[in-house]
Design a protein around this ligand. Structure first.
Ligand code: FNR
Length: 343
């Protein structure tokens, strides 16, 4: 088996091995309850839009996999969930599909299974404009995610060691690819400084993908055969902290997507109230897809019903209106805000 194919399988099996994870940083966030919601359940519309794309639900299946036969079958299951629940879906990095043409089907299966769905392609920040276009074409993708994952690369023995040109590469892709460009982290979160740089070059959306869920420092460390680099296992900003950092930037072009450790409708709602326009889940969907698929579809439909109920008690008729909901911050999240001068 080629090294890259084996790595794709290991990422999926280790993400599932380390599920479920530590205590959620969302326990630091609490809504203020008001007793007169002023709306009915029937008034609620869950849809949202980001980068000119319309999503019927405020959450989607975020980037994970492809690049081997087994992960192609995982992609098919994820795409069935997406199709049956009318969700958008991103594939994992298409790099392997570009390098090894016989692996392209493990990504293409997503478009074949969900022909009318909103599908996002995914590639690392080291790639050229030409590769970005090939990734979009492979999936007839509606948008392209570019992942930035320096801590993961550093812990990976075979990982990249050169990050100098990432911003230039992203800029070239933004300038030359016609579908919306989303720059995303992979579970290490973002600072306001990073978000500002990405907004300055005109990216359409930024997925802050924070710490608190799938932990790629832990996964890559576990894969290492020589010596362990576990000092990075709690590296990065949590998802709530990253959203609060994003709130400090006056964004010109980019809209914010939340991901990283989001598992429940209440955590989705908290992310949206902290300023996200859309929420991505990876580890949670992987766990569902690796188990009973009918149960997965039922669970996702229940999430939508629960979201409608939470929006109602918050008096929010639509996803954008959630941004007016009032929150109290506690614990480490409140300390971070104090240290960084966030009101
Ligand atoms: C990922 N993630 C990811 N992200 C990306 O941009 N390109 C990729 O190829 C992958 N690959 C990948 C594989 C597996 C098995 C998992 C679980 C995740 C990262 C993912 O999109 C997300 O940013 C993080 O997983 C944090 O979200 P969760 O898992 O805590 O919801």
């Amino acid at each position: 088996m080629p090294k890259q194919t084996n790595r794709k399988n290991e990422h999926v099996s280790l993400a599932e091995k380390f599920y479920p994870r530590q205590q959620s940083p969302f326990s630091d966030i609490q809504f203020i309850h008001h007793s007169l919601p002023g709306i009915d359940v029937a008034d609620v519309d869950l849809s949202t839009s980001v980068a000119g794309l319309t999503f019927s639900a405020p959450f989607f299946i975020n980037a994970m996999t492809g690049g081997s036969d087994w992960t192609g079958r995982v992609n098919e299951k994820l795409a069935i969930i997406a199709r049956e629940c009318q969700l958008a879906m991103a594939t994992g990095s298409i790099s392997a599909g570009l390098k090894f043409p016989d692996m392209a089907d493990s990504y293409r299966i997503v478009r074949q299974t969900h022909p009318n769905g909103l599908i996002l392609a995914n590639l690392g920040a080291g790639h050229s404009v030409e590769n970005a276009q090939r990734a979009v074409d492979l999936l007839q993708a509606d948008g392209l995610q570019i992942h930035v994952n320096a801590p993961q690369e550093i812990v990976m023995p075979e990982g990249d060691r050169s990050f100098r040109h990432w911003l230039d590469h992203i800029q070239a892709i933004v300038d030359n690819i016609s579908v919306p460009i989303i720059v995303k982290e992979v579970g290490f979160g973002m600072s306001r400084e990073t978000i500002q740089l990405l907004d300055d070059i005109g990216v359409d959306a930024i997925d802050i993908s924070g710490r608190g869920g799938t932990n790629f420092a832990q996964i890559e460390n576990y894969r290492r055969k020589d010596y362990k680099l576990d000092l990075l296992e709690d590296w990065g900003q949590t998802t709530p902290v990253s959203l609060l950092e994003a709130g400090e930037v006056s964004l010109k072009t980019a809209e914010i997507i939340a991901s990283g450790g989001i598992r429940t409708p209440l955590e989705m709602t908290k992310s949206l109230a902290l300023g996200a326009h859309l929420v991505g889940l990876s580890g949670e969907f992987l766990h569902l897809a690796l188990n009973d698929i009918d149960q997965a579809i039922t669970t996702v439909q229940q999430w939508k019903e629960t979201l409608t109920k939470i929006y109602t008690i918050l008096g929010a008729q639509s996803t954008p209106q959630l941004q007016q909901a009032q929150l109290i911050l506690r614990g480490d999240t409140a300390h971070w805000c104090y240290a960084r001068g966030i009101d």
